[in-house]
Design a protein around this ligand. Structure first.
Ligand code: AGP
Length: 611
Protein backbone atom coordinates (compact mmCIF):
# COMPACT_ATOMS: atom_id res chain seq x y z
CA UNK A 1 0.00 0.00 0.00
CA UNK A 2 1.60 3.19 -1.21
CA UNK A 3 4.91 2.83 -2.99
CA UNK A 4 8.08 4.71 -2.12
CA UNK A 5 11.16 5.08 -4.26
CA UNK A 6 14.30 7.14 -3.71
CA UNK A 7 17.47 7.80 -5.68
CA UNK A 8 20.67 9.71 -5.08
CA UNK A 9 23.50 9.57 -7.61
CA UNK A 10 25.02 11.24 -10.66
CA UNK A 11 22.06 11.00 -13.06
CA UNK A 12 18.91 13.06 -13.32
CA UNK A 13 16.69 11.68 -10.58
CA UNK A 14 13.17 12.37 -11.87
CA UNK A 15 13.16 9.86 -14.77
CA UNK A 16 14.57 7.17 -12.45
CA UNK A 17 11.95 7.95 -9.83
CA UNK A 18 9.09 7.85 -12.34
CA UNK A 19 10.33 4.57 -13.80
CA UNK A 20 10.61 3.10 -10.29
CA UNK A 21 7.11 4.33 -9.46
CA UNK A 22 5.72 2.68 -12.57
CA UNK A 23 6.77 -0.63 -11.03
CA UNK A 24 5.22 0.24 -7.70
CA UNK A 25 1.92 1.50 -9.03
CA UNK A 26 0.27 -1.80 -8.11
CA UNK A 27 0.72 -0.76 -4.48
CA UNK A 28 -1.61 2.20 -4.93
CA UNK A 29 -2.69 4.40 -7.77
CA UNK A 30 -4.77 7.23 -6.37
CA UNK A 31 -2.05 9.80 -7.01
CA UNK A 32 1.69 10.15 -7.52
CA UNK A 33 4.40 12.66 -6.77
CA UNK A 34 8.12 13.34 -6.65
CA UNK A 35 10.43 15.69 -4.76
CA UNK A 36 13.78 16.39 -6.38
CA UNK A 37 16.82 18.15 -4.91
CA UNK A 38 18.97 20.20 -7.22
CA UNK A 39 22.43 20.50 -5.65
CA UNK A 40 23.42 23.29 -8.07
CA UNK A 41 20.64 25.68 -7.14
CA UNK A 42 19.78 24.33 -3.71
CA UNK A 43 16.17 24.06 -4.87
CA UNK A 44 13.74 21.38 -3.70
CA UNK A 45 11.07 20.89 -6.40
CA UNK A 46 7.90 19.03 -5.59
CA UNK A 47 5.47 17.90 -8.29
CA UNK A 48 2.40 15.79 -7.67
CA UNK A 49 -0.90 14.98 -9.28
CA UNK A 50 -3.97 12.97 -8.38
CA UNK A 51 -4.86 10.08 -10.66
CA UNK A 52 -2.59 7.54 -12.25
CA UNK A 53 1.17 7.97 -12.53
CA UNK A 54 0.76 8.63 -16.27
CA UNK A 55 -0.81 12.01 -15.40
CA UNK A 56 2.26 13.13 -13.46
CA UNK A 57 4.70 11.60 -15.95
CA UNK A 58 2.91 13.50 -18.75
CA UNK A 59 3.13 16.78 -16.84
CA UNK A 60 6.87 16.27 -16.27
CA UNK A 61 7.63 14.99 -19.78
CA UNK A 62 8.94 11.78 -18.28
CA UNK A 63 10.97 13.68 -15.68
CA UNK A 64 13.08 15.61 -18.21
CA UNK A 65 11.71 18.91 -16.87
CA UNK A 66 12.98 18.42 -13.34
CA UNK A 67 16.71 19.03 -12.73
CA UNK A 68 18.47 17.41 -9.77
CA UNK A 69 20.16 14.12 -9.02
CA UNK A 70 18.51 13.15 -5.72
CA UNK A 71 14.89 12.70 -4.80
CA UNK A 72 12.00 10.63 -3.55
CA UNK A 73 8.80 9.52 -5.26
CA UNK A 74 5.47 8.13 -4.12
CA UNK A 75 2.41 6.40 -5.46
CA UNK A 76 -0.55 6.65 -3.10
CA UNK A 77 -3.31 4.43 -1.79
CA UNK A 78 -5.39 6.98 0.07
CA UNK A 79 -6.02 6.54 3.80
CA UNK A 80 -6.23 10.01 5.35
CA UNK A 81 -7.90 12.40 2.93
CA UNK A 82 -9.47 11.78 -0.45
CA UNK A 83 -7.29 11.34 -3.54
CA UNK A 84 -6.46 14.94 -4.51
CA UNK A 85 -3.44 17.01 -5.49
CA UNK A 86 -3.22 18.46 -1.95
CA UNK A 87 -3.32 15.08 -0.27
CA UNK A 88 -0.80 13.53 -2.63
CA UNK A 89 2.74 12.88 -1.47
CA UNK A 90 5.38 14.24 -1.08
CA UNK A 91 4.00 16.32 1.75
CA UNK A 92 6.07 19.41 2.46
CA UNK A 93 6.78 21.48 5.54
CA UNK A 94 5.55 25.05 5.90
CA UNK A 95 8.76 26.54 4.43
CA UNK A 96 8.74 24.09 1.53
CA UNK A 97 12.28 22.98 2.46
CA UNK A 98 11.46 19.51 3.80
CA UNK A 99 9.52 16.90 1.81
CA UNK A 100 8.29 13.51 3.03
CA UNK A 101 6.87 10.43 1.33
CA UNK A 102 5.13 7.94 3.59
CA UNK A 103 3.66 4.46 3.51
CA UNK A 104 1.55 3.51 6.53
CA UNK A 105 -0.53 5.38 9.08
CA UNK A 106 0.57 7.80 11.81
CA UNK A 107 -2.00 6.85 14.42
CA UNK A 108 -1.47 9.82 16.75
CA UNK A 109 -1.39 12.38 13.96
CA UNK A 110 -4.45 14.28 15.24
CA UNK A 111 -2.82 15.17 18.58
CA UNK A 112 0.44 16.16 16.91
CA UNK A 113 -1.43 18.26 14.38
CA UNK A 114 -3.28 20.09 17.17
CA UNK A 115 0.05 20.69 18.93
CA UNK A 116 1.59 22.19 15.79
CA UNK A 117 -1.51 24.25 14.98
CA UNK A 118 -1.29 25.67 18.47
CA UNK A 119 2.21 26.81 17.60
CA UNK A 120 0.82 28.52 14.50
CA UNK A 121 1.83 25.94 11.91
CA UNK A 122 -0.69 26.03 9.01
CA UNK A 123 -1.72 22.76 7.34
CA UNK A 124 -2.65 22.39 3.70
CA UNK A 125 -3.74 18.73 3.49
CA UNK A 126 -5.86 16.22 5.38
CA UNK A 127 -3.03 13.69 5.52
CA UNK A 128 -1.32 12.20 8.53
CA UNK A 129 1.92 12.52 6.58
CA UNK A 130 1.97 16.32 6.56
CA UNK A 131 2.30 16.16 10.34
CA UNK A 132 5.64 14.36 9.91
CA UNK A 133 6.99 16.97 7.49
CA UNK A 134 5.87 19.85 9.72
CA UNK A 135 7.18 18.22 12.87
CA UNK A 136 10.61 17.61 11.34
CA UNK A 137 10.77 21.28 10.43
CA UNK A 138 9.61 22.24 13.93
CA UNK A 139 12.56 20.37 15.46
CA UNK A 140 15.06 21.15 12.70
CA UNK A 141 18.02 23.26 13.79
CA UNK A 142 20.49 22.43 11.02
CA UNK A 143 20.80 18.70 11.83
CA UNK A 144 18.24 16.74 9.79
CA UNK A 145 19.04 13.39 11.35
CA UNK A 146 18.63 14.74 14.86
CA UNK A 147 15.27 16.30 13.92
CA UNK A 148 14.09 13.01 12.42
CA UNK A 149 15.20 11.22 15.59
CA UNK A 150 13.07 13.57 17.73
CA UNK A 151 10.07 13.03 15.47
CA UNK A 152 10.44 9.25 15.67
CA UNK A 153 10.18 9.43 19.44
CA UNK A 154 6.80 11.14 19.06
CA UNK A 155 5.00 9.41 16.23
CA UNK A 156 3.04 6.16 16.66
CA UNK A 157 1.74 3.75 14.06
CA UNK A 158 3.24 2.13 11.00
CA UNK A 159 5.49 3.96 8.63
CA UNK A 160 8.12 3.82 5.97
CA UNK A 161 9.39 7.33 5.30
CA UNK A 162 11.62 8.93 2.69
CA UNK A 163 12.75 12.42 3.69
CA UNK A 164 14.64 15.10 1.77
CA UNK A 165 15.66 18.58 2.86
CA UNK A 166 16.76 21.51 0.68
CA UNK A 167 19.59 22.24 3.13
CA UNK A 168 21.05 18.73 2.65
CA UNK A 169 21.08 18.06 -1.12
CA UNK A 170 23.57 15.22 -0.67
CA UNK A 171 21.36 12.95 1.41
CA UNK A 172 18.05 11.16 1.72
CA UNK A 173 16.88 9.95 5.12
CA UNK A 174 14.83 6.78 5.33
CA UNK A 175 12.97 5.29 8.28
CA UNK A 176 10.98 2.14 8.76
CA UNK A 177 8.52 0.76 11.28
CA UNK A 178 6.05 -1.99 10.28
CA UNK A 179 6.07 -0.94 6.61
CA UNK A 180 8.62 -2.37 4.21
CA UNK A 181 11.65 -0.43 3.00
CA UNK A 182 14.58 -1.73 1.00
CA UNK A 183 17.96 -0.09 0.44
CA UNK A 184 19.76 -0.56 -2.88
CA UNK A 185 23.50 -0.16 -3.48
CA UNK A 186 25.01 1.06 -6.79
CA UNK A 187 28.25 2.59 -8.06
CA UNK A 188 28.21 6.19 -6.83
CA UNK A 189 24.50 5.96 -6.16
CA UNK A 190 21.99 4.57 -3.68
CA UNK A 191 18.32 3.63 -3.82
CA UNK A 192 15.33 3.32 -1.58
CA UNK A 193 12.17 1.37 -2.38
CA UNK A 194 9.09 -0.25 -0.89
CA UNK A 195 9.63 -3.22 -3.12
CA UNK A 196 12.69 -4.56 -4.89
CA UNK A 197 10.98 -4.54 -8.31
CA UNK A 198 11.26 -0.73 -8.33
CA UNK A 199 15.07 -0.79 -8.37
CA UNK A 200 15.86 -4.13 -10.04
CA UNK A 201 16.87 -2.39 -13.27
CA UNK A 202 19.62 -0.53 -11.41
CA UNK A 203 20.87 -2.88 -8.73
CA UNK A 204 20.49 -6.35 -7.28
CA UNK A 205 22.48 -5.55 -4.14
CA UNK A 206 20.01 -4.76 -1.40
CA UNK A 207 19.57 -4.74 2.33
CA UNK A 208 16.41 -4.70 4.38
CA UNK A 209 15.79 -1.95 6.87
CA UNK A 210 14.51 -3.37 10.18
CA UNK A 211 11.86 -1.84 12.41
CA UNK A 212 13.09 1.31 14.12
CA UNK A 213 16.15 1.65 11.91
CA UNK A 214 17.14 4.84 10.11
CA UNK A 215 19.25 5.06 6.95
CA UNK A 216 21.08 8.00 5.42
CA UNK A 217 21.62 7.57 1.69
CA UNK A 218 24.44 9.51 0.04
CA UNK A 219 26.34 9.18 -3.23
CA UNK A 220 29.19 7.60 -1.26
CA UNK A 221 27.06 4.90 0.31
CA UNK A 222 24.43 4.21 2.93
CA UNK A 223 24.82 4.60 6.70
CA UNK A 224 22.33 2.87 8.99
CA UNK A 225 21.44 3.47 12.62
CA UNK A 226 19.38 1.56 15.16
CA UNK A 227 16.56 3.11 17.18
CA UNK A 228 19.11 4.56 19.63
CA UNK A 229 20.92 6.15 16.68
CA UNK A 230 23.88 3.82 17.08
CA UNK A 231 25.51 2.84 13.73
CA UNK A 232 24.57 -0.67 12.49
CA UNK A 233 26.10 -2.80 9.73
CA UNK A 234 23.47 -4.13 7.33
CA UNK A 235 24.10 -7.38 5.51
CA UNK A 236 23.86 -6.87 1.74
CA UNK A 237 22.08 -9.63 -0.17
CA UNK A 238 21.90 -10.39 -3.86
CA UNK A 239 18.38 -10.53 -5.35
CA UNK A 240 18.07 -13.17 -8.02
CA UNK A 241 14.66 -12.20 -9.47
CA UNK A 242 14.68 -11.88 -13.21
CA UNK A 243 14.01 -8.30 -14.38
CA UNK A 244 11.85 -9.60 -17.24
CA UNK A 245 9.66 -11.46 -14.79
CA UNK A 246 8.41 -8.10 -13.59
CA UNK A 247 7.59 -6.94 -17.15
CA UNK A 248 4.48 -7.67 -19.19
CA UNK A 249 6.51 -9.42 -21.87
CA UNK A 250 4.01 -8.85 -24.67
CA UNK A 251 0.91 -9.77 -22.65
CA UNK A 252 -1.90 -7.26 -22.40
CA UNK A 253 -2.16 -7.67 -18.64
CA UNK A 254 0.08 -8.86 -15.84
CA UNK A 255 -2.80 -10.95 -14.52
CA UNK A 256 -3.07 -12.95 -17.73
CA UNK A 257 0.70 -13.35 -17.92
CA UNK A 258 0.80 -14.58 -14.34
CA UNK A 259 -2.06 -17.03 -14.94
CA UNK A 260 -0.14 -18.45 -17.88
CA UNK A 261 3.09 -18.65 -15.85
CA UNK A 262 1.58 -21.00 -13.29
CA UNK A 263 3.01 -24.29 -14.61
CA UNK A 264 6.48 -22.75 -14.60
CA UNK A 265 5.96 -21.31 -11.11
CA UNK A 266 4.78 -24.70 -9.83
CA UNK A 267 7.86 -26.39 -11.30
CA UNK A 268 10.09 -23.93 -9.47
CA UNK A 269 8.13 -24.45 -6.28
CA UNK A 270 7.84 -28.25 -6.36
CA UNK A 271 10.75 -29.79 -8.27
CA UNK A 272 13.49 -29.05 -5.73
CA UNK A 273 11.23 -30.35 -2.99
CA UNK A 274 10.46 -33.64 -4.71
CA UNK A 275 13.86 -35.24 -5.04
CA UNK A 276 14.65 -38.96 -4.84
CA UNK A 277 11.07 -39.97 -4.11
CA UNK A 278 11.01 -37.95 -0.88
CA UNK A 279 9.80 -34.53 0.21
CA UNK A 280 12.76 -32.26 0.91
CA UNK A 281 11.94 -29.01 2.69
CA UNK A 282 14.86 -26.59 2.73
CA UNK A 283 16.56 -26.07 6.13
CA UNK A 284 13.48 -27.52 7.78
CA UNK A 285 13.64 -26.89 11.49
CA UNK A 286 10.53 -28.80 12.57
CA UNK A 287 11.70 -32.11 14.02
CA UNK A 288 9.74 -35.34 13.73
CA UNK A 289 9.30 -35.17 17.49
CA UNK A 290 7.79 -31.67 17.33
CA UNK A 291 5.39 -32.80 14.62
CA UNK A 292 4.31 -35.83 16.64
CA UNK A 293 3.77 -33.72 19.75
CA UNK A 294 1.98 -30.92 17.89
CA UNK A 295 -1.56 -30.68 19.26
CA UNK A 296 -3.10 -28.17 16.91
CA UNK A 297 -2.42 -26.21 13.75
CA UNK A 298 -3.59 -22.64 13.21
CA UNK A 299 -3.49 -21.17 9.71
CA UNK A 300 -3.56 -17.38 9.64
CA UNK A 301 -3.75 -15.18 6.54
CA UNK A 302 -5.81 -12.59 4.64
CA UNK A 303 -7.77 -12.62 1.37
CA UNK A 304 -6.72 -15.23 -1.13
CA UNK A 305 -4.00 -16.50 1.20
CA UNK A 306 -6.77 -17.18 3.72
CA UNK A 307 -8.61 -19.17 1.07
CA UNK A 308 -5.49 -21.28 0.65
CA UNK A 309 -5.71 -21.89 4.38
CA UNK A 310 -9.35 -23.01 4.00
CA UNK A 311 -8.29 -25.68 1.52
CA UNK A 312 -5.39 -26.55 3.82
CA UNK A 313 -7.73 -27.16 6.74
CA UNK A 314 -9.65 -29.86 4.87
CA UNK A 315 -6.47 -31.49 3.62
CA UNK A 316 -4.40 -31.26 6.80
CA UNK A 317 -7.18 -32.57 9.02
CA UNK A 318 -7.89 -35.44 6.66
CA UNK A 319 -4.24 -36.44 6.31
CA UNK A 320 -2.85 -35.72 9.78
CA UNK A 321 -5.91 -36.16 12.02
CA UNK A 322 -4.83 -33.05 13.95
CA UNK A 323 -7.31 -30.22 14.54
CA UNK A 324 -6.74 -27.26 12.24
CA UNK A 325 -8.20 -23.80 12.72
CA UNK A 326 -8.13 -21.14 10.05
CA UNK A 327 -8.29 -17.50 11.09
CA UNK A 328 -8.34 -14.19 9.30
CA UNK A 329 -5.20 -12.42 10.41
CA UNK A 330 -7.13 -9.24 11.17
CA UNK A 331 -9.29 -11.21 13.64
CA UNK A 332 -6.63 -13.49 15.07
CA UNK A 333 -4.65 -10.79 16.81
CA UNK A 334 -7.66 -9.50 18.72
CA UNK A 335 -9.46 -12.76 19.54
CA UNK A 336 -7.20 -14.07 22.31
CA UNK A 337 -6.41 -17.23 20.33
CA UNK A 338 -5.72 -20.42 22.25
CA UNK A 339 -2.15 -20.96 21.16
CA UNK A 340 0.87 -22.38 22.96
CA UNK A 341 4.14 -24.09 22.15
CA UNK A 342 2.34 -27.22 21.00
CA UNK A 343 0.50 -25.18 18.37
CA UNK A 344 2.01 -24.82 14.95
CA UNK A 345 0.97 -21.53 13.40
CA UNK A 346 1.22 -21.41 9.62
CA UNK A 347 1.04 -17.91 8.21
CA UNK A 348 0.54 -17.47 4.49
CA UNK A 349 1.34 -14.32 2.56
CA UNK A 350 2.38 -13.60 -1.01
CA UNK A 351 3.88 -10.21 -0.26
CA UNK A 352 5.21 -11.11 3.16
CA UNK A 353 4.30 -7.57 4.20
CA UNK A 354 0.55 -7.71 4.96
CA UNK A 355 0.37 -5.81 8.22
CA UNK A 356 -2.45 -7.85 9.78
CA UNK A 357 -0.62 -11.07 9.01
CA UNK A 358 2.65 -9.72 10.36
CA UNK A 359 0.93 -8.62 13.57
CA UNK A 360 -0.73 -12.04 13.91
CA UNK A 361 2.66 -13.70 13.45
CA UNK A 362 4.12 -11.57 16.23
CA UNK A 363 1.19 -12.40 18.50
CA UNK A 364 1.56 -16.13 17.80
CA UNK A 365 5.26 -16.02 18.60
CA UNK A 366 4.58 -14.05 21.75
CA UNK A 367 2.23 -16.83 22.83
CA UNK A 368 5.00 -19.37 22.32
CA UNK A 369 3.91 -20.96 19.05
CA UNK A 370 6.33 -22.06 16.36
CA UNK A 371 5.55 -19.98 13.28
CA UNK A 372 6.04 -21.43 9.84
CA UNK A 373 5.39 -19.05 6.98
CA UNK A 374 4.62 -19.65 3.32
CA UNK A 375 5.79 -16.54 1.50
CA UNK A 376 6.60 -15.46 -2.03
CA UNK A 377 8.73 -12.35 -1.54
CA UNK A 378 12.21 -13.31 -0.38
CA UNK A 379 13.49 -11.24 2.52
CA UNK A 380 10.07 -9.76 3.33
CA UNK A 381 9.15 -8.96 6.94
CA UNK A 382 7.03 -12.08 7.47
CA UNK A 383 9.76 -14.28 6.04
CA UNK A 384 12.38 -12.71 8.28
CA UNK A 385 10.32 -12.86 11.47
CA UNK A 386 9.14 -16.46 11.14
CA UNK A 387 10.79 -19.41 12.85
CA UNK A 388 10.71 -21.18 9.53
CA UNK A 389 9.96 -19.94 6.04
CA UNK A 390 9.03 -21.92 2.96
CA UNK A 391 9.22 -19.80 -0.17
CA UNK A 392 6.77 -20.36 -3.00
CA UNK A 393 9.29 -19.20 -5.61
CA UNK A 394 6.49 -18.02 -7.90
CA UNK A 395 8.55 -15.01 -9.07
CA UNK A 396 7.33 -11.40 -8.88
CA UNK A 397 3.55 -11.08 -8.95
CA UNK A 398 2.46 -7.65 -10.11
CA UNK A 399 -1.30 -7.85 -10.80
CA UNK A 400 -3.34 -6.98 -7.73
CA UNK A 401 -5.39 -10.16 -8.18
CA UNK A 402 -3.18 -13.00 -7.09
CA UNK A 403 -2.94 -16.08 -9.31
CA UNK A 404 0.44 -17.81 -9.48
CA UNK A 405 1.22 -16.95 -5.87
CA UNK A 406 -2.12 -18.51 -4.87
CA UNK A 407 -1.56 -21.77 -6.74
CA UNK A 408 2.01 -22.17 -5.47
CA UNK A 409 0.92 -21.44 -1.89
CA UNK A 410 -1.74 -24.09 -2.28
CA UNK A 411 0.63 -26.66 -3.76
CA UNK A 412 3.15 -26.03 -0.99
CA UNK A 413 0.57 -26.28 1.79
CA UNK A 414 -0.80 -29.53 0.32
CA UNK A 415 2.75 -30.87 0.09
CA UNK A 416 3.30 -29.92 3.70
CA UNK A 417 0.17 -31.85 4.65
CA UNK A 418 1.60 -34.94 2.97
CA UNK A 419 4.96 -34.36 4.66
CA UNK A 420 3.33 -34.18 8.09
CA UNK A 421 1.25 -37.27 7.32
CA UNK A 422 4.47 -39.08 6.39
CA UNK A 423 6.10 -38.06 9.68
CA UNK A 424 3.03 -38.99 11.69
CA UNK A 425 2.39 -42.24 9.84
CA UNK A 426 -1.24 -41.25 9.35
CA UNK A 427 -1.41 -42.34 5.70
CA UNK A 428 -0.38 -45.72 4.28
CA UNK A 429 2.92 -45.76 2.37
CA UNK A 430 1.19 -46.49 -0.94
CA UNK A 431 -1.03 -43.45 -0.54
CA UNK A 432 1.97 -41.32 0.39
CA UNK A 433 3.85 -42.44 -2.73
CA UNK A 434 0.81 -41.88 -4.96
CA UNK A 435 0.53 -38.34 -3.65
CA UNK A 436 4.18 -37.58 -4.40
CA UNK A 437 3.83 -38.93 -7.94
CA UNK A 438 0.78 -36.75 -8.42
CA UNK A 439 2.58 -33.60 -7.27
CA UNK A 440 5.34 -34.26 -9.79
CA UNK A 441 2.68 -34.24 -12.55
CA UNK A 442 0.93 -31.09 -11.39
CA UNK A 443 2.68 -28.54 -13.67
CA UNK A 444 1.95 -30.65 -16.78
CA UNK A 445 -1.67 -31.10 -15.74
CA UNK A 446 -2.00 -27.38 -15.28
CA UNK A 447 -0.74 -26.79 -18.79
CA UNK A 448 -3.64 -28.90 -20.05
CA UNK A 449 -6.11 -26.70 -18.15
CA UNK A 450 -4.59 -23.54 -19.60
CA UNK A 451 -4.96 -24.92 -23.11
CA UNK A 452 -8.74 -24.75 -22.61
CA UNK A 453 -8.77 -21.01 -22.09
CA UNK A 454 -10.74 -20.25 -25.26
CA UNK A 455 -13.69 -22.27 -24.01
CA UNK A 456 -13.67 -20.32 -20.78
CA UNK A 457 -13.49 -17.05 -22.69
CA UNK A 458 -16.63 -18.15 -24.52
CA UNK A 459 -18.48 -18.78 -21.22
CA UNK A 460 -17.30 -15.41 -19.94
CA UNK A 461 -18.67 -13.71 -23.04
CA UNK A 462 -22.10 -15.14 -22.18
CA UNK A 463 -21.99 -14.22 -18.49
CA UNK A 464 -20.32 -10.82 -18.27
CA UNK A 465 -23.59 -8.92 -17.98
CA UNK A 466 -24.75 -10.56 -14.78
CA UNK A 467 -25.03 -8.27 -11.79
CA UNK A 468 -24.69 -10.98 -9.18
CA UNK A 469 -23.05 -14.42 -9.16
CA UNK A 470 -23.14 -17.19 -6.56
CA UNK A 471 -20.42 -19.79 -6.19
CA UNK A 472 -21.20 -23.01 -4.39
CA UNK A 473 -19.30 -26.19 -3.56
CA UNK A 474 -18.60 -28.56 -0.73
CA UNK A 475 -15.43 -29.29 1.20
CA UNK A 476 -12.40 -28.17 -0.83
CA UNK A 477 -14.76 -27.01 -3.56
CA UNK A 478 -16.34 -24.62 -1.08
CA UNK A 479 -12.89 -23.17 -0.33
CA UNK A 480 -12.26 -23.00 -4.08
CA UNK A 481 -15.55 -21.11 -4.49
CA UNK A 482 -14.41 -18.49 -1.99
CA UNK A 483 -11.39 -17.79 -4.16
CA UNK A 484 -13.34 -17.90 -7.45
CA UNK A 485 -15.83 -15.43 -6.04
CA UNK A 486 -13.12 -13.07 -4.74
CA UNK A 487 -11.31 -13.14 -8.08
CA UNK A 488 -14.50 -12.26 -9.94
CA UNK A 489 -15.61 -9.44 -7.66
CA UNK A 490 -12.22 -7.80 -7.21
CA UNK A 491 -11.51 -7.33 -10.89
CA UNK A 492 -14.93 -7.27 -12.59
CA UNK A 493 -16.89 -5.44 -9.83
CA UNK A 494 -19.74 -7.95 -10.15
CA UNK A 495 -21.32 -8.71 -6.81
CA UNK A 496 -20.51 -12.27 -5.92
CA UNK A 497 -20.70 -14.61 -2.95
CA UNK A 498 -19.53 -18.10 -2.19
CA UNK A 499 -21.45 -20.64 -0.14
CA UNK A 500 -21.02 -24.14 1.12
CA UNK A 501 -23.54 -25.75 -1.25
CA UNK A 502 -25.51 -27.35 1.56
CA UNK A 503 -25.91 -24.00 3.28
CA UNK A 504 -27.65 -22.22 0.44
CA UNK A 505 -31.08 -23.43 1.44
CA UNK A 506 -30.67 -21.92 4.90
CA UNK A 507 -31.34 -18.45 3.57
CA UNK A 508 -29.46 -17.48 0.45
CA UNK A 509 -31.57 -19.56 -1.91
CA UNK A 510 -34.23 -16.86 -1.57
CA UNK A 511 -32.01 -14.73 -3.80
CA UNK A 512 -32.06 -17.26 -6.62
CA UNK A 513 -34.51 -16.28 -9.32
CA UNK A 514 -34.88 -16.62 -13.08
CA UNK A 515 -31.50 -16.11 -14.71
CA UNK A 516 -29.34 -15.85 -11.55
CA UNK A 517 -25.90 -17.20 -12.37
CA UNK A 518 -24.62 -19.97 -10.10
CA UNK A 519 -21.13 -21.36 -10.53
CA UNK A 520 -21.30 -24.91 -9.17
CA UNK A 521 -18.00 -26.48 -8.16
CA UNK A 522 -17.98 -30.26 -8.15
CA UNK A 523 -14.42 -31.45 -8.57
CA UNK A 524 -14.22 -33.40 -5.29
CA UNK A 525 -15.58 -36.71 -6.42
CA UNK A 526 -16.65 -38.03 -3.03
CA UNK A 527 -19.21 -35.23 -2.76
CA UNK A 528 -20.18 -34.99 -6.42
CA UNK A 529 -23.68 -36.45 -5.91
CA UNK A 530 -24.36 -34.00 -3.08
CA UNK A 531 -23.38 -30.99 -5.17
CA UNK A 532 -25.47 -32.37 -8.03
CA UNK A 533 -28.53 -32.26 -5.77
CA UNK A 534 -27.79 -28.62 -5.01
CA UNK A 535 -27.42 -27.90 -8.71
CA UNK A 536 -30.88 -29.38 -9.27
CA UNK A 537 -32.27 -27.24 -6.43
CA UNK A 538 -31.03 -23.97 -7.88
CA UNK A 539 -31.94 -24.97 -11.43
CA UNK A 540 -35.50 -25.64 -10.27
CA UNK A 541 -35.64 -22.03 -9.08
CA UNK A 542 -34.55 -20.61 -12.38
CA UNK A 543 -30.75 -20.29 -11.96
CA UNK A 544 -28.40 -20.66 -14.89
CA UNK A 545 -25.62 -23.03 -13.82
CA UNK A 546 -22.03 -22.93 -14.99
CA UNK A 547 -20.34 -25.99 -13.49
CA UNK A 548 -16.75 -27.00 -12.92
CA UNK A 549 -16.02 -30.68 -12.55
CA UNK A 550 -13.52 -33.35 -13.58
CA UNK A 551 -13.44 -34.96 -17.00
CA UNK A 552 -14.92 -38.22 -15.77
CA UNK A 553 -18.03 -36.38 -14.49
CA UNK A 554 -18.50 -34.09 -17.48
CA UNK A 555 -21.36 -35.99 -19.10
CA UNK A 556 -23.25 -36.49 -15.90
CA UNK A 557 -22.95 -32.82 -15.01
CA UNK A 558 -23.87 -31.70 -18.54
CA UNK A 559 -27.28 -33.38 -18.17
CA UNK A 560 -28.26 -30.75 -15.59
CA UNK A 561 -25.93 -27.75 -15.77
CA UNK A 562 -26.18 -25.21 -18.59
CA UNK A 563 -22.45 -25.21 -19.26
CA UNK A 564 -19.57 -27.29 -17.97
CA UNK A 565 -15.87 -26.51 -17.54
CA UNK A 566 -13.57 -29.41 -16.68
CA UNK A 567 -10.17 -30.16 -15.25
CA UNK A 568 -8.24 -33.43 -15.65
CA UNK A 569 -8.93 -36.36 -13.29
CA UNK A 570 -6.05 -35.96 -10.86
CA UNK A 571 -5.24 -36.94 -7.29
CA UNK A 572 -7.80 -35.24 -5.07
CA UNK A 573 -5.11 -33.25 -3.21
CA UNK A 574 -4.43 -31.36 -6.44
CA UNK A 575 -8.01 -30.61 -7.44
CA UNK A 576 -8.20 -27.13 -5.88
CA UNK A 577 -4.88 -26.15 -7.40
CA UNK A 578 -6.08 -27.06 -10.89
CA UNK A 579 -9.68 -26.01 -10.27
CA UNK A 580 -8.73 -22.44 -9.51
CA UNK A 581 -7.33 -21.90 -13.01
CA UNK A 582 -10.67 -21.90 -14.89
CA UNK A 583 -12.03 -19.57 -12.21
CA UNK A 584 -9.09 -17.17 -12.61
CA UNK A 585 -9.56 -17.20 -16.38
CA UNK A 586 -13.31 -16.76 -16.04
CA UNK A 587 -12.84 -13.69 -13.83
CA UNK A 588 -10.19 -12.34 -16.17
CA UNK A 589 -12.29 -12.68 -19.33
CA UNK A 590 -15.42 -11.29 -17.65
CA UNK A 591 -13.45 -8.24 -16.49
CA UNK A 592 -11.96 -7.86 -19.95
CA UNK A 593 -15.44 -7.87 -21.54
CA UNK A 594 -16.56 -5.25 -19.05
CA UNK A 595 -13.60 -3.01 -19.86
CA UNK A 596 -12.26 -3.03 -16.31
CA UNK A 597 -8.76 -2.00 -15.30
CA UNK A 598 -7.72 -5.58 -14.60
CA UNK A 599 -4.26 -5.14 -13.11
CA UNK A 600 -5.26 -2.20 -10.95
CA UNK A 601 -8.81 -2.69 -9.75
CA UNK A 602 -10.40 0.26 -8.02
CA UNK A 603 -9.72 0.85 -4.31
CA UNK A 604 -7.30 -2.06 -4.05
CA UNK A 605 -3.56 -2.38 -3.61
CA UNK A 606 -1.26 -5.34 -3.91
CA UNK A 607 0.47 -5.07 -0.60
CA UNK A 608 -1.80 -4.16 2.30
CA UNK A 609 0.47 -2.54 4.85
CA UNK A 610 -2.19 -0.79 6.91
CA UNK A 611 -4.67 -2.35 9.37
C1 AGP B 1 -6.25 -11.44 -3.87
O1 AGP B 1 -6.37 -11.44 -5.22
C2 AGP B 1 -5.94 -10.22 -3.19
N1 AGP B 1 -5.53 -9.18 -3.94
C3 AGP B 1 -5.83 -10.19 -1.70
O2 AGP B 1 -6.94 -10.81 -1.16
C4 AGP B 1 -4.56 -10.80 -1.07
O3 AGP B 1 -4.56 -12.19 -1.22
C5 AGP B 1 -4.49 -10.41 0.41
O4 AGP B 1 -4.43 -9.02 0.51
C6 AGP B 1 -3.34 -11.03 1.14
O5 AGP B 1 -2.11 -10.63 0.62
P1 AGP B 1 -0.78 -11.38 0.97
O6 AGP B 1 -0.88 -12.77 0.45
O7 AGP B 1 0.29 -10.60 0.29
O8 AGP B 1 -0.63 -11.36 2.45
Amino acid sequence: MCGIVGYIGQEQAAPILLEGLSRLEYRGYDSAGVAVLDGQTGRLSVRKASGRLAVLAGQLHGGADLPGSAGVGHTRWATHGAPSDENSHPQVSRSGRIAVVHNGIIENYAGLKAFLEDKGVPFTSETDTEVVAQLIEYFYDGDLLAAVGRVLRRIQGAYALGIVCADCPGQIVAVRKDSPLILGYGEGCAFLASDVTAILRHTRQVSYLEDGEVAVLTRQGIRCYDRLMQPVEKPVVQVDWDVDAAEKGGYEHFMFKEIMEQPQALRRCLSPRLQGGEITLENFALSGQYIREMEKIYIVACGSSYHVGMVGKYQLERLTRRPVEVALASEFRYMQPIVDRRTLVIVISQSGETLDTLAALREARRLGAFVLSIVNVVGSSIARESDQVLYTWAGPEIAVATTKAYSTQLALLSLLAVYFAGELGTVPQAEYRAALDAFAQLPDEMEKVLERKDGIQYFASRCFNHSSVFFMGRNVDYALGLEGSLKLKEISYIHSEAYAAGELKHGTISLIEDGTLVVALATYDRLFPKVMSNVVEVKSRGAGVLALTTERRREEMARTADAVMTIPDVHDLLLPCLGVVPLQLFAYYVALQRGCDIDKPRNLAKSVTVE
